[in-house]
Design a protein. Structure first.
Length: 298
């Protein structure tokens, strides 16, 4: 499934679960994949900020892709975020992800603050030109500190047509302007845990990349909107918004509370942190419990 028009719907970004020895927990990853698919997700994403990619070795990133792809077993498409910090590393990681079953990939920017947009375009273009699957860009300056302008994306696609997806991380007003300024050349998906889910769809997104803790509700919102039942989509979104707003205080906050909520809904034990990590407070857990009380098991 490498057609752009097929990239749509809810692609939850998986968490990385760790075992008591500090390594990756394969059983928990399997349970997470099955929970998302049982909830009706349209695809699965791995390797982004919620996967704590900055705390994983290159081998661990690849291992997660292998495990997740094996557990998916072709049931839904797999999107892999690529976080290596140089062109050669990203080209190699893309090729490995495709060999393991990735339908499309998303590139994170190199960790060089202050880099010019022209340099970013050259970086992304070099990786995309070597890819055999559609390439997306994660544009998350609020969380990563590096981004591309709307005009820059138009230039990037013109020079490198394989760059055809944007995983944006911004409000629906930004999505609307991005859709307009890039002339429909990109498939747009929004992240931010789906905090502006319905308005992002109205603004031009073909899908959302949320966390997994509310995956069943996110799928229901998307399906209702696609069926023309916008009032129902708005109602369900309004009910879960307080929880999403609490979880997305920051990425570290999401990892602290969102992963714990996901584990609870999946029937897993309390997740183990890979330090350094934000620790929950009694009040924070109380807030999480209050706004998630209507959510049952996955």
């Amino acid at each position: 499934m490498n057609k752009l028009e097929d990239i749509r719907g809810i692609y939850p970004m998986l968490y990385a679960f760790f075992d008591e020895q500090g390594g990756l927990d394969r059983a928990a990853m399997r349970r997470q994949v099955d929970g998302c698919i049982d909830a009706g997700c349209h695809g699965i994403a791995i390797g982004g900020l919620a996967t704590e990619t900055n705390k994983l070795t290159t081998l661990e990133r690849r291992t997660l892709v292998e495990w997740v792809s094996e557990q998916i077993a072709g049931r839904v498409p797999l999107s892999v975020t690529i976080a290596e910090n140089n062109v050669a590393g990203q080209i190699e990681a893309v090729a490995a992800a495709v060999d393991l079953g990735a339908a499309w990939v998303v590139l994170q920017p190199p960790p060089v603050r202050g880099v010019s947009e022209a340099e970013l375009i050259r970086f992304y273009g070099a990786v995309a030109d070597a890819s055999t699957v559609p390439v997306g860009i994660q544009n998350a300056p609020e969380y990563i500190g590096i981004g591309v302008s709307n005009a820059g994306f138009a230039t990037l696609h013109k020079q490198h047509p394989n760059v055809s997806i944007i995983k944006a991380e911004g409000p629906a007003t930004y999505i609307s302007a991005l859709a307009h300024d890039t002339g429909g050349k990109f498939r747009l998906l929004n992240g931010r845990n789906g905090m502006e889910h319905v308005d992002s769809l109205r603004a031009g997104c073909s899908g959302i990349v949320p966390g997994i803790e509310g995956i069943d509700v996110q799928v229901a919102i998307f399906e209702a909107f696609q069926a023309g039942e916008e009032a129902d989509a708005d109602r369900m979104f309004a009910e879960i918004l307080p929880l999403l707003s609490f979880l997305m205080t920051s990425v570290d906050h999401l990892l602290c509370y969102g992963k714990r909520l996901a584990a609870r809904r999946l029937g897993l034990t309390e997740p183990l942190d890979r330090v350094p990590a934000q620790q929950p407070t009694a009040f924070g857990l109380e807030v999480m419990a209050r706004w998630s009380r209507s959510l049952g098991d996955l």
